[in-house]
Design a protein around this ligand. Structure first.
Ligand SMILES: [Zn+2]
Length: 348
């Protein structure tokens, strides 16, 4: 006689995610199955995720190759929840982050030369695959950054993009202790740039619009504050001897163009803020004094590890506003408004 055995169906774990269904769509909260990590991947239980201005690329569909629906977010802090096959150095329960650098192939020419940041097949978290605007995410093991004790999840999150970008661009800029280094823009990037520049031992000039940011810039570590509305910032920098580096963080190409003449001999305009318009410069402005303009994007996970440890060592911290995941649309609008002080971070 046959017996009927009823096996209870295993309950599939569910989670909440804030996704963009198609270019230009609004954020929608959706219920999804918790994803399983494949070979070489881990699953992260997300605790915090920063909202970055470049998430606009996903929201508005600025890159034709992005596949939708897509969950943005490349400033992720959380805990490894499950480890996929072949992952040996990362353990369940470990605190980790994932930043802009979302993975590299390890085989292209740049990777063989050790330049993982410029991998030909590099992937970007929250753009090439779903990022941190959700309760769980999958990340390739090579993209992980250990988060040190001494940094909370909401503090670590913005450091994994805004932090690493300012830290890494400045520490590779060639500026030496005591050099005049200007930070243009006191915002999401700039407020970190000023702090790092101070801790690196530079003579720090913060350039902002209006006098209202002067006190804050000084508090963050600026030695000099230049109000670009009240004075010609380039002339002011020349009066101080000319800047060795100008870290241009505000996404205004016009403001960046106006600063080129503030560079000293062998000075460098270091571009990390991304506006849509061209930066204008004449050949003569670069030729006389051998000046350069350089762009910079984030850094490898190993460089991010350096950045996080440096922040613990020196007390550099992001200023943040937090919103729960359920209020992603509101939090994103707050970031876009430019009024947030200074990074908006989702919590799960
Ligand atoms: Zn590569």
């Amino acid at each position: 006689m046959a017996t009927l055995r009823v096996t209870p169906k295993p309950e599939v774990a569910r989670m909440k995610a804030a996704q963009i269904a198609k270019p230009g769509a609004e954020f929608e909260m959706v219920d999804r199955q918790v994803p399983e990590p494949g070979a070489g991947q881990v699953r992260i239980k997300v605790k915090a995720c920063g909202i970055c201005h470049s998430d606009v690329l996903v929201k508005e569909g600025a890159l034709p190759w992005i596949q939708y629906p897509r969950v943005p977010g490349h400033e992720v802090a959380g805990i490894i929840d499950e480890v996929g096959p072949g992952v040996t150095v990362w353990k369940t329960g470990q605190r980790v982050g994932v930043g802009w650098h979302g993975g590299h192939d390890g085989t292209c020419r740049e990777c063989r030369r050790g330049d993982f940041r410029n991998c030909r097949n590099g992937r970007v978290t929250g753009i090439s695959y779903d990022g941190g605007y959700q309760q769980y995410m999958i990340a390739p093991a090579e993209a992980l950054v250990p988060i040190p004790q001494g940094l909370s999840d909401v503090e670590a999150a913005p450091l994994l993009d805004a932090g690493i970008t300012t830290y890494n661009s400045l520490r590779n800029s060639g500026a030496m202790p005591g050099d005049l280094v200007a930070v243009q823009g006191i915002g999401g990037l700039g407020h970190l740039g000023v702090q790092f520049a101070n801790k690196f031992g530079y003579n720090v000039a913060a350039i902002g619009r209006g006098s209202e940011n002067a006190a804050l810039a000084k508090k963050l570590g600026a030695h000099i504050y230049i109000d670009s509305q009240a004075t010609n910032a380039a002339e002011e920098l020349q009066r101080l001897g000319g800047a060795q580096v100008i870290l241009a963080t505000a996404p205004s190409s016009k403001a960046m163009s106006a600063l080129v003449d503030g560079l000293g001999p062998n000075g460098k305009l270091l571009v990390i803020g991304a506006g849509p318009d061209p930066i204008e410069v004449t050949p003569a402005q670069l030729i006389f004094g051998s000046k350069t303009i350089q762009g910079w994007a984030a850094g490898t996970p190993a460089a991010s590890e350096d950045a996080l440890n440096f922040c613990v060592l020196t007390g550099v911290r992001p200023m943040i506003e937090t919103y729960p995941l359920e209020r992603t649309a509101e939090a994103y609008a707050r970031m876009l408004s430019g009024k947030a002080e200074f990074r908006v971070v989702l919590t799960m």
